[in-house]
Each structure stands twice: as structure tokens, then as C-alpha cells.
Write a protein that binds this ligand. Sequence first.
Ligand code: AMP
Ligand code: ZN
Length: 472
Amino acid sequence: MKLYNSLTRSKDDFIPRFEGKVSMYTCGPTVYHYAHIGNLRSYIMEDVLEKYLRFSGYDVKRVMNITDVGHLSSDGDTGDDKMLKGAKREHKSVMEIANFYTKAFFEDCKKLNIKTPDVIEPATSCIDEFIRVIASLIEKGFAYEAGGNIYFDTSKLDKYYVFNDFNEEDLAVGVREGVEEDGNKRNKADFVLWFTKSKFDDQELKWDSPWGVGYPGWHIECSCISMKNLGEYLDLHCGGIDNAFPHHTNEIAQSEAYLGHEWCNYWFHVHHLNTDSGKMSKSKGEFLTVSLLEEKGYSPLVYRFFCLQSHYRKSLVFSWENLDNAAAAYRKLTAKIASVLDGSGDLNEEAYSSLKKRFTDALDNDLNTALAVTALYDVLKAETSNAVKLKLINEFDRVLSLGLVEAAQKTASEGTGDADDDIPEEVKALAEQRKAARKDKNFALADEIRDKISALGYTVTETREGTKITKA
Ligand code: AMP
Ligand code: ZN
């Protein structure tokens, strides 16, 4: 498989250090709020990558941290602690906030068919490990104490800026929003490993350490949680593109300084989900969640499908219109699959292999999920038996995880297929939204949608066989 590696800035052959095994680390969520669908784009694409590696025969061990301490408002060392901000907003303790939003995150993941990683570690459960590594960095001369905090000394490295092909916008994320210079730092790029003093509101959670009572910086947690669970060599590290600098840059700096050798070979970065007004972000206040999509009548798997239709290294623009198109395409796709569910006919090996190759070729080429989805359409169009088609759809969906067969079975049993191609997509999308609203017992919304459908010249009725749309 070829995978774009941010470290070499090229599509490289993916070759793990130990044959047949892949160690994979993912930066987990900062649990001070719900994940927005931008965050979840990153987790969806990483999920496809993990599943495709397993599909290709690798034994994958995937580790994810949960950031429940140390992530400040800027991705550098300034601003309030995000967890503290969340706790104040909701008049709860930091741990209550962390538990609530960790649970919410995994519920969203489940709805999006994102597999739970093999190991999940909250930062607050690894404090001893952080202290041990920080003490070693001081001993090795890579860290220093100043003004009560411990800093990593970036001037001790031959090369600090390892990912230097990012555009200004991505680099700016780490140094945004009224950053004040921290006079304790010997070099501008130095970063905090352990705080005992902050200019901003103090942490609620603190621990004793050789340098005084305090709390860890954000970056050290990922290095330590990865090394603790995956050892001193890591094959693959993932995250959103905004994490590349300063977070991943700092992770590399401290891990390699601590280990005394290179640490991680492949860096996989997912580009952003944007709206008309720019990057979707929690700090902007308004953001879209999985629950909101559901409230509006969209299945979370439609959002997953929307994400898979574009390449992870391109930024993706979210709009309701784009999501409606994905909903319509998903419905059409599953309606087509409903017609091959009987799995009849012979299993022609040649047809099976050549169609499967289109799928693996697409994903082998830097995880081209858009082409992998096209390969799925190719299967449905192919002149071959339903047996071949159904087998391939089931196999592809081990990676795509779009719930295709389940959705097709539902379509078949409810009779909500797209037999009538004369009905405009817009009307079909509205009918789906109305169905969801009725299911949620939101009859006011259901009526409102029915009126919209009528205005377009169609009538929608619920029958025992499912939703029926007819021209008025
Ligand atoms: P956070 O919870 O802020 O620590 O972010 C969780 C993950 O989401 C990280 O890997 C981020 O890089 C990623 N992320 C943040 N914003 C976006 C976005 N708009 N689109 C895609 N990924 C994002
Ligand atoms: Zn991280």
C-alpha cells in the first residue's frame, strides 16, 4: 500500500517495522465538549485506514489517548485550560465533564461505525509515566526549569520543524489568538512539559512532582501513552492536519530526545472539514454534532458516506445541500443492493477477483476512498451473478462500514426503494427526513416537511409497505 507520509512529503510504500504487525497511534479527543463532525471526519478516515490495514492482513494494535488535562486554548502553551473552560461552562467538575464527553464521543463513534481502538488511555491515568519521561529529558539535557515550569529546549535538536510543507494557515493554528510571549522560554519554539505556574486560571487537577505540584503539558501525553503501549518504535501516527504543528512536531522532538533514536515512520494527516466560513472548530462556539444531524433526519452513516466520497488529503466543504446529495446517493446505492440480496447464481472467481482488485487498487493508492466507492458501483453494474456481487459488497463494507447490507435489507422490507426514478432527489430526501421526524415523534417537523413536499407537487403517505411518494 502507498500512503502519503507527512514526514517525507511523498507517497511511500507502507512497510511496518515488524512483518505483518502495525502499531498505530491516534490523537484522541479533548473531552471538554461534544466532538464536532469535523473532528469525526478525522476519526472516520483513520478508521478506514485501520480497517483496510486489517483487511490487507496486518495485525494492527491501535492506541488512542483521551485528553482530559493539559490542552490549553491555543495548541501552544497559552490560554485557559480547555477542560477547565468546559467545567466552568457547565458548573461541573473537570472529571465530570471528562467522563460525560468521553462517553458521548464513543457513542458518536458507534453511530458512525468507527471501531473502538484496542487501547484507550486518559491522560490523567498516566501521570507517573509523564513524570518519569520528563525527569529523563531533564537528565539528558533536553529540558530545563524556568519560572516554576519545565520546558523542552528545542535548540538542542538538529531539526525541530520536521513537517515544513504545511501552508501558513495550518501553521498559524498553533500560534493563534493573542499569543503572549512566555518570558521563561529560552527559544521561541520551546514548549511546556510540566506546569506548576500559569498566567491563566489554575488547573483543578494537580499532582505532586519533583518540580512541585502541577500538571502536564498536552504534547507529552501522546508521546508517553504511545511509548507505554506500543514500545519505542511506532509505525503509524494519525491526526487532523492542525495537529501536525505544534502538537506532532513536539511529540517527535520529545520522543526522539528521550529514546535517542527515530521514533515513528509514517505520519497520516486528515485535512479539515470546512464550512462556508472556514474550518469547523469547537472554539468558534457553533458547531455541528452527530446528534444534530440525527435531529435533522440524517442517518450518521450518510455523513460517513459523505466523508468517504472525498479524499482525506483534500479539505472538504460541508453544506446541507452536499449532505442531501450524499443522502440521496446512499439511498439509491442501498436500493440497488436490495436487488442483489438473494445472492443467486454462481460464484465466478474471475469476476470476483477483478472487481475486488479495483477496490484494493483504489485503497492501495493513498487510501482513495472516493475510488473505492466507485469500485462498489462497478460491482453493482457488472455483468455477473448476485452471488459475486453480494460477496464483494460484504467484503468491501468490512472496510467502508456503511451498513450497506443492513440498509438494503431494510429498504427491501419497507419497500422504500427507488423503483420510481421519476421522483426528484430533493423530494426523496425530504421524505426520509420526514420519516425520521415521525420516528422521533416530532410531528410538527414532520408536518412542516410534508408541506414542503406538497409545495413541490408530491404527496407522501406512510403505508404498511413503507413510505409512498406520488405525484399530486
Ligand atoms: P480535539 O478534540 O480538538 O483534540 O481534536 C480531535 C481531532 O480532530 C484531532 O485529530 C484534530 O486534528 C481533528 N480536527 C479538529 N478540527 C477538525 C476539522 N475541522 N476537520 C477535521 N479534523 C479536525
Ligand atoms: Zn496527540
